[in-house]
Design a protein around this ligand. Sequence first.
Ligand code: HEC
Ligand code: HEC
Length: 302
Amino acid sequence: MKKYKFVFLAGLTVTVSTIYSCKTHFTTPQINYTAVESPRAFERGKALAFSICAGCHYNRSVNKFIGTPIHDVPGIIGKVYSANLTNSKTHGIPPHYTDAELKYLLKTGIARDGRFIPYMLRPNMADEDINAIIVYLRSNDPAVTPADTTIGLTRYNIIGKLYMGMTAKPLPYKPGIKLPSDNVALGRYLVDNVGCFHCHSKSFTSLNYLYPEQSKGYMAGGIKFKDEQGMFIVASNLTPDKETGIGKLTQQEFLKAVKDGEAPDRKLHPPMPKFKQLQDREVDAIYSYLETVPPVYHKVQG
Ligand code: HEC
Ligand code: HEC
């Protein structure tokens, strides 16, 4: 009997040490950066926060960035909630971060306590845009004024911890990126940084955040989402294929689909956001860029 007990204990020790040796904590170097406020940065930051962060952090029940449960994470790894991004001293995150720590988190995915947070990596975001987002988060806009409340705390179970440890890949910290001025380059930048390619490629697990075009099935659609009634919504093929992609949409129709959620043949369902805060010029740039992506014949069915 004793022997079996020993084998069991040895097995347990190996399993536990494997889990703990998977790296989920990283060091955060000291970088120097202080956000520069201006009315222009505030406006830009607000538009970006509503186009990018709102999808996961904005709560429509109170119209504030107090966080939401993240349903698209498989339940098998545990429960995931986004954070309260208001300026609450007790429950909000921004008051406990320096500007430099926020910038580092957004670029690399590494939080100030060294945790790797994989949901919002923006390694290629321009310095100007990161600055704008931070200025907005620190502002008096009603959506970020203090709300002393928590929606829920993220808890990974043992499978989740193992999975996170195995997949944790912080990205390099690359500052000094400028906003592109060329139309097509701007479109590519927005598809990357607003995050269109996250939902419109083959799967969340095969995204390449550093080199988006190298993601599997880049922009050819197919990710399935479940809506509140349990119906499947499939993200569209946004490559310029005439039959199965957006090759059939005019620039005007594309603009209406992206900003108002109205495609020529149907009303678009969530989780496709209504990108009200993107300028027409920016959506046109996205359209011009998508026309340069290789067309892929991939019929997606919703
Ligand atoms: C795809 C969903 C998603 C998007 C988009 C997103 N976040 Fe998050 N964010 C999360 C989740 C989930 C957590 C909490 C993770 C956890 O608890 O481990 C989080 C946590 C945070 C935290 C807390 C870090 C900490 O130390 O706990 C900050 C700050 C943050 N997000 C800022 C932002 C900003 C700013 C944006 C927009 C530029 C953004 N997030 C976009 C999902 C997202
Ligand atoms: C959170 C996931 C998500 C993000 C982010 C996202 N989309 Fe979508 N998108 C979808 C889904 C799902 C659909 C399908 C909706 C439906 O069929 O009702 C869709 C549909 C579309 C359509 C309709 C095409 C057609 O005629 O079938 C366009 C155009 C579009 N998205 C453009 C964009 C652009 C541009 C961006 C970035 C600025 C973007 N999407 C970001 C999920 C997303």
